[in-house]
Design a protein around this ligand. Structure first.
Ligand SMILES: [Ca+2]
Ligand SMILES: [Ca+2]
Length: 239
């Protein structure tokens, strides 16, 4: 009998041990399932977050591209308006004066020597024109059909050219003297017409080349260009 109880204890013991193993395995499965759910929920949230960020990025990018396009269009419109204004202002004439950018110009119909030309300009509260850029040079050339005096001379020192406003060619940074491939380029201080040489500059010469500067005898009578700064009051005194 003792042997039977002993076997019986062994059986009960074995059964109890098996239940314990069974319970432990069940707890592991429950724990594993719980972590799987947590991981799944986290993944859903993470994907959701990524989607939201993606949508926000696309929206921001669209806004940026729209702003870029608007800025480009505004710049184009501004540039077109500036060009239009510049063109218009250069064709505006008031009392014989032509307005262009920050200056107004007077193109004479009479011909005078260089000194008398300057006197006429000064009597109009102006002076002979000073050319300080290629844009200004091109504009003036486009408005004349024969040679005109400009406000440049080397009367005080031969070869040292000075504008009537006391600026030198170095100051303005531009000069448009005629250059010759053969022979002397301008200014050549030619003494054939006047033994004292050529000490006053004109825009264009009598041969019809109007695009460049030439030095000529100051006593020669030519048309001339006056200039004054804009704005100024347009009155009868300006004529
Ligand atoms: Ca000279
Ligand atoms: Ca000359």
């Amino acid at each position: 009998m003792a042997s039977v109880y002993e076997n019986s204890d062994f059986i009960f013991s074995t059964t109890a041990s098996g239940e314990k193993c069974s319970q432990s395995k069940g707890q592991e499965e429950v724990t594993s399932s719980k972590w799987t759910k947590v991981f799944g929920i986290s993944l859903v949230f993470a994907l959701g977050g990524l989607c939201v960020q993606g949508i926000m990025y696309n929206n921001k990018r669209s806004d940026f591209e729209l702003l870029n396009e608007q800025q480009h269009n505004t710049s184009m419109q501004l540039s077109a308006q500036q060009n239009y204004s510049a063109t218009q202002s250069c064709n505006l004439c008031v009392n014989g004066w032509m307005v262009c950018r920050e200056k107004v110009y007077f193109f004479s119909t009479d011909k005078c020597n260089w000194s008398n030309s300057r006197d006429v300009c000064i009597s109009k509260q102006a002076d002979l024109v000073t050319i300080s850029s290629k844009v200004e040079q091109d504009f003036l050339v486009s408005k004349i059909s024969e040679t005109h005096w400009i406000g440049l001379n080397d009367l005080d020192t031969e070869g040292h050219w000075v504008w009537v406003n006391n600026e030198t060619l170095k100051d303005t940074g531009v000069q448009f003297w005629t250059e010759r491939q053969f022979g002397k380029s301008e200014p050549d201080n030619w003494r054939h017409e006047d033994p004292s040489g050529e000490n006053c500059a004109s825009l264009g010469n009598i041969d019809g080349n109007l695009k460049t500067w030439f030095d000529n005898p100051c006593k020669t009578k030519k048309k001339f260009i006056c200039e004054k700064k804009y704005p100024f009051p347009f009155t009868d005194d300006n004529n």
